[in-house]
Design a protein around this ligand. Structure first.
Ligand code: AMP
Ligand code: MG
Length: 318
């Protein structure tokens, strides 16, 4: 049987225009894409993912003009962020224009938009116009960072995964909005808090406890591997206390020098961007190894380390 992993941009464009769902590469993680004016295809995204329809989708566009057509207004601080980071891994939550359907925004009066920084996807977007695309994983599973991860998640139900190689950023986009006159960060991701604050000053962090609005990117246990996963500074203690268990260790920069079933070092040079690029890929790989535990060393809590730690805190079981 022919693989669903293919590299024809023309074919992906034709399928999308024909109302099909196609998996697409982005620089953050792979997405499940449909054109914003294809309600049946959008509905199928939710069905395929098993995603509650109360979780809005991010709309991907080719340029700022397309983004402006989808929103009612563009608060100045968010415009500054767009100018600085687009194309790139930052999603802006903007007051939605009427043409954006409630199906995409989960009936919110805002829409999440970004211009992705992936040459293949940008080429697709130029020909199709805006695309709604959440990450291409079943609900509550780890986001995919290669075409194969997507094909493994969805052996049936997808006509095509457009191959764009391994994702350069490797974790989800950062999500930022504007409420009551201040910039608010809803989800930590591939653009660091420090980078954002350099452009707009101090930003408020969304507090899930205080809000009645549940933002799925902020929900607990959202990105879990199947294998029991633990994040701990006390790697030695954990390994010693589980001497008979099959353990996969994920270290940041240096080897634990412990004897375990498997160990991966995310970035021997201590580069947090490289660690982000490798984290999900390593979790996907370890999840295939029938380990008893995946044990992860927390990253330095700054720049992308903070974003990775946040993502990992949602991968932990229990
Ligand atoms: P995913 O692409 O799978 O990472 O999911 C999209 C993320 O964007 C979810 O966590 C949504 O809650 C978030 N999102 C999309 N649109 C909005 C919006 N209008 N307001 C707040 N969050 C949003
Ligand atoms: Mg997701």
């Amino acid at each position: 049987m022919e693989s669903i992993i293919q590299s024809s941009i023309e074919k992906a464009v034709a399928l999308l225009k024909n109302g099909e769902v196609v998996a697409i590469p982005t620089e953050t993680v792979y997405g499940l894409a449909a054109l914003i004016d294809q309600p049946k295809a959008i509905d199928y995204i939710f069905e395929l993912k098993g995603r509650p329809r109360s979780n809005p989708l991010i709309v991907h566009v080719a340029n700022l003009q397309q983004a402006e057509k989808l929103c009612d207004s563009f608060p100045t601080p968010l415009k500054k962020l767009a100018q600085q980071f687009w194309p790139g891994s930052l999603t802006l939550v903007l007051p939605k224009a009427q043409q954006v359907s409630n199906q995409i925004t989960a009936s919110k009066n805002t829409v999440g938009i970004r211009i992705p920084n992936h040459p293949i996807l940008l080429q697709v977007l130029k020909e199709t116009g805006p695309i709604a695309a959440p990450s291409a994983n079943p609900f509550e599973r780890i986001s995919p960072t290669t075409a194969k991860h997507v094909a493994d998640y969805f052996p049936e139900g997808l006509k095509m995964v457009l191959d764009g190689g391994a994702c350069q950023a490797g974790i989800e986009s950062t999500i930022v909005g504007f409420e009551n006159g201040e910039v608010i960060l809803y989800r930590l991701g591939a653009v660091s808090l420090e980078e954002i604050e350099k452009v707009v000053g101090k930003v408020a962090l969304f507090n899930a406890q205080k809000s009645t609005v549940v933002t799925p990117g902020m929900s607990k246990k959202h990105y879990a591997p199947k294998t029991k996963t633990v994040v701990t500074k006390n790697i030695n203690d954990f390994v010693n206390q589980h001497a008979t268990s099959k353990i996969g260790l994920i270290m940041f920069q240096q080897s634990s020098k412990l004897i375990v079933a498997k160990e991966v070092i995310l970035s021997p040079s201590g580069n947090l961007n490289e660690a982000a690029q490798h984290i999900y890929q390593t979790l996907h790989k370890f999840d295939q190894l029938e380990l008893d535990y995946i044990v992860i060393e927390p990253l330095p809590n700054k720049e992308l380390g903070r974003s990775i730690n946040d993502r990992l805190s949602r991968a932990v079981h229990g």
